[in-house]
Design a protein around this ligand. Structure first.
Ligand SMILES: Cc1cc2nc3c(=O)[nH]c(=O)nc-3n(C[C@H](O)[C@H](O)[C@H](O)COP(=O)(O)OP(=O)(O)OC[C@H]3O[C@@H](n4cnc5c(N)ncnc54)[C@H](O)[C@@H]3O)c2cc1C
Length: 380
């Protein structure tokens, strides 16, 4: 077991950190006010290999793998957690295409997604409930050489700033009745709907996708008819959960920095409050959350890169880290006293970001359900 990052990965971390510190802060107030992703950064993100980090080089990506993806998202999230939120869903789209797509589909869709022509989407959640994927109501029916899609997807990251959508709908009955499609935003009948006005992760656009007799060419079926559930759950499991773990990890990086900054600058009784034992305990607890989070997230990425089944590791990382981010942000707010609730201090934003990260990509309760099944099977 080797806990040392390679030189390449250390260099990647450093480069992304510098990029994030230079490019993101000037845009953050606007992101916070408008709830919009900074699309002017797309080309820069593409040039640095961030958009195509897990896309193989033969399809225009950087082909750096899952651990590298986590390192990149962590560094972006340290500066602004909305960035990895948006980018991790974009990566899910590239993952789905690369894992389940045909050669023609990969050649057509992966290069523009790696090169920053637009962002991608995986749209599973419907108003009928994100936890119950089997309750999907959107439908697709084959008519000649096209599928006609009808329905509505909600809470979709990048909905209004993307052009390539992976959309599972019902083409039949039951678990094997779901099929996934690659939908381009300009296909007839494909529309964006409501934009959600979220309390956190505001710079990641979230909204509805609407399909009204949407015409999708037959060749845009991905993964074969009846395999939509596998496309959706496979992508969430191997890409969405590690991605959300990285969002939480980015938040924890920022939380410890804000907590330590405030604790060492704020003086009471003639000394910085970092001398107070209660504050030291908070800092130790936040530090522990960050260190454990990093181990969990990196392990999941490393396992995926080494083709080791990572369902449990990725689920644990997602659930544990996002909850750790929320509880640590709360503790950092306590350290700030009343300053913690002032908008001029970033810690209140990090608390809001963490709260939004907990249900995004699957709630903690569902993750615990998955983990309990794994644990019972393993230790029975
Ligand atoms: C910022 C953000 C970005 C998102 N991006 C995307 C995206 O890009 N694509 C996408 O498809 N979706 C996306 N989502 C949707 C997200 O995955 C869902 O919101 C999530 O899965 C929960 O679904 P729900 O909100 O419908 O809650 P529900 O499924 O209605 O759940 C409500 C409550 O019931 C609990 N619950 C449900 N079932 C069980 C059970 N069996 N046992 C115990 N408790 C249970 C839940 O944990 C929760 O507490 C995003 C959400 C957010 C907040």
């Amino acid at each position: 077991m080797d806990f040392k990052l390679t030189e390449r990965d250390e260099m990647l971390q450093k480069t992304i950190r510098e990029f994030a510190e230079k490019e993101i802060p000037p845009r953050m107030d606007t992101m916070e006010e408008t709830g919009e992703f900074p699309m002017d950064l797309l080309k820069g993100l593409a040039d640095m290999g961030i958009l195509g980090v897990i896309t193989p080089r033969e399809y225009g990506g950087a082909g750096l793998g899952h651990l590298a993806r986590i390192l990149v998202l962590e560094q972006l999230g340290r500066v602004c957690p909305a960035m990895p939120m948006a980018l991790q869903v974009h990566h899910m789209c590239t993952y789905a295409l690369n894992t389940f797509g045909s050669e023609e589909q990969k050649k057509k869709y992966l290069p523009p997604l790696a090169q920053g022509e637009a962002l991608g989407v995986v749209a599973v959640t419907e108003p009928s409930g994100g936890s119950d994927v089997a309750a999907t109501k959107s439908t697709g029916r084959l008519e000649g050489d096209k599928y006609i899609l009808n329905g509505r997807k909600c809470f979709i990251t990048n909905a209004h700033v993307s052009n390539t959508w992976i959309v599972p709908v019902m083409t039949g009955e039951g678990r094997k009745g779901m099929s996934a499609f690659i939908v381009e935003k300009d296909f007839p009948g494909a529309k964006t709907g409501h934009i959600e006005d979220k309390v956190g992760l505001r710079g990641a656009n979230t909204g509805e996708l609407v399909f009204q007799d949407c015409e999708v060419p037959k060749e845009n079926l991905i993964g074969g008819e009846g395999n939509g559930m596998a496309v959706a759950l496979g992508t969430i499991g191997s890409c969405g959960r590690p991605g959300m773990a990285s969002v939480g990890l980015g938040i924890l990086n920022a939380v410890i920095e804000e907590a330590v900054k405030f604790a060492t600058e704020r003086e009471l009784y003639g000394k910085p409050i970092s001398n107070l034992q209660a504050i030291q305990w908070y800092i130790t607890e936040i530090y522990s959350d960050l260190e454990i989070a990093r181990l969990l997230a990196y392990r999941a990425g490393w396992m995926l890169d080494n083709n080791i089944p990572a369902d449990a590791a990725a689920t644990l990382a997602k659930q544990w880290i996002c909850e750790a981010a929320a509880r640590s942000a709360r503790k950092a707010i306590e350290i700030h006293g009343s300053y913690g609730i002032l908008k001029e201090y970033p810690i209140q934003r990090l608390m809001r970001d963490a709260l939004v990260a907990v249900p995004a990509g699957g709630t903690a309760e569902i993750a615990k359900l998955v983990l309990s099944r794994i644990a019972i099977k393993q230790y029975q």
